[in-house]
Write a protein that binds this ligand. Sequence first.
Ligand code: CTP
Ligand SMILES: C[C@](O)(CO)[C@H](O)COP(=O)(O)O
Length: 225
Amino acid sequence: MNYQVIVLAAGQGKRMKAGKNKQFIELEGKPVIIHTLSVFEADPWCMEIKLVINEKEKDIFKELQHQYPVQKIKEMVIGGEERQDSVYNGLTSLQSAEIVLVHDGARPFISQEVIHHLVKKAAKEGAAIVGVPVKDTIKRVSKAGVVEQTVERSSLWSIQTPQAFRYAILKEAHDKAKAENYLGTDEASLVERIHVPVHIVEGEYENFKLTTPEDIILAKAFLQK
Ligand SMILES: Nc1ccn([C@@H]2O[C@H](COP(=O)(O)OP(=O)(O)OP(=O)(O)O)[C@@H](O)[C@H]2O)c(=O)n1
Ligand SMILES: C[C@](O)(CO)[C@H](O)COP(=O)(O)O
């Protein structure tokens, strides 16, 4: 089974407060983005990687590509203002595609096993995403900081990437969102708006997104495991 993947690295990493794009933070001597790309480079099902970058960081990424060559990157794509714009640019740069995955460069611990479950599901159903059941008790809280409700947890999932779709479905969802100025936090939220059922594949808690400084401590601990 084959797929193409859009790997997103064009964000600023503001919440990480590292003074640079969090993709360049080193874990065990290698930048985060290289850890992430290595998973797809090693996966025989992955035919092509579209790496989406910030125009201003082109030279840094070219240097990285020189230092850590990734054969499946045929070209780098320039991202946009919002994550969704970056995905769109990656998507429209694909010449032809059947199954497309979208993955955050900031999730370096995705496993090949989960990717394969996801790709099989997307090939069968058209749309599939990776998630894990929430572990905490979840409450709805008012703006004044008072609990309004304890939400029933059994149907709540924390959603990760990769998210996988038949190309035509993801393109239609993005075109509609663009036309209606809708901004979602993930691809599935756009696909839900064109009424295509999105299937969940249970993933791993290790596939967390490096978002704030504590995540780097966790990532280092995870790599030493
Ligand atoms: N315009 C954007 C914004 C985000 N991303 C990518 O989307 C992924 C998930 O986004 P997030 O964690 O929000 O990353 P940042 O935007 O970098 O972080 P922050 O929101 O803290 O600035 C990251 O790999 C990031 O590089 C992107 O390609 N283009
Ligand atoms: C797509 C995503 O990784 C799913 O968890 C996430 O929504 C994107 O990042 P953000 O932290 O919501 O900006």
